[in-house]
Design a protein around this ligand. Sequence first.
Ligand code: E4P
Length: 214
Amino acid sequence: MQFYIDTADIEEIKQANRRGWVDGVTTNPTLIAKTGRRNEDVIKDICKEVKGLVSAEVISLQADEMVREGLELAKIADNVVVKIPMCEEGLIAVRRLASDGIKTNVTLVFSPLQALLVAKAGATLVSPFVGRLDDISTDGMSLISQITQIYQNYSLNTQVLVASIRHPIHVLEAAMIGADIVTCPYKVMQQLVNHPLTEKGIAQFLKDAQSMPK
Ligand code: E4P
């Protein structure tokens, strides 16, 4: 399973990259706005740090405009993936960008049938949001199982990128289902490392090492 980091913070990307946790990056307008910088400038800087796919989101809602914005974003670097919101105009834009050889990631996906349409449109990635479903008392991970099953049934090539990850259990369940990619906030990546028995064991070994003859 690939690990993407869900952030527009270059420092976080550098830290995670040093630890080998960055197979790719996802951003969205909320994350970019937090930086106080232009979308294109932030994406350019991220692409300098990362070899894997970097999702950069369009903000138009009409297909022609989405395609125009997407083509501009795709010029920034070869690893840019144009992120498009799930809607009818978005699917039109995905088809057009795909026919031009531009990679796309359809975001804000909350149902398996939306994901089926995304794959039929020729998107590279689909981003189902598990955390936001959990927030409304709906089991987000069931959506990942359903999409994975449907994509297997029809040998669809779109990769399932589990988004809106809130805690390590989401990552565990995505891995058990066999999702292609998870995109996590840096804080969740750090949580994956820790276990109280690991910390206790390290402390004990260090203590015992003190008693070794020098
Ligand atoms: C993914 O591409 C999105 O940027 C992200 O996972 C959204 O997560 P949130 O629901 O925590 O905002």
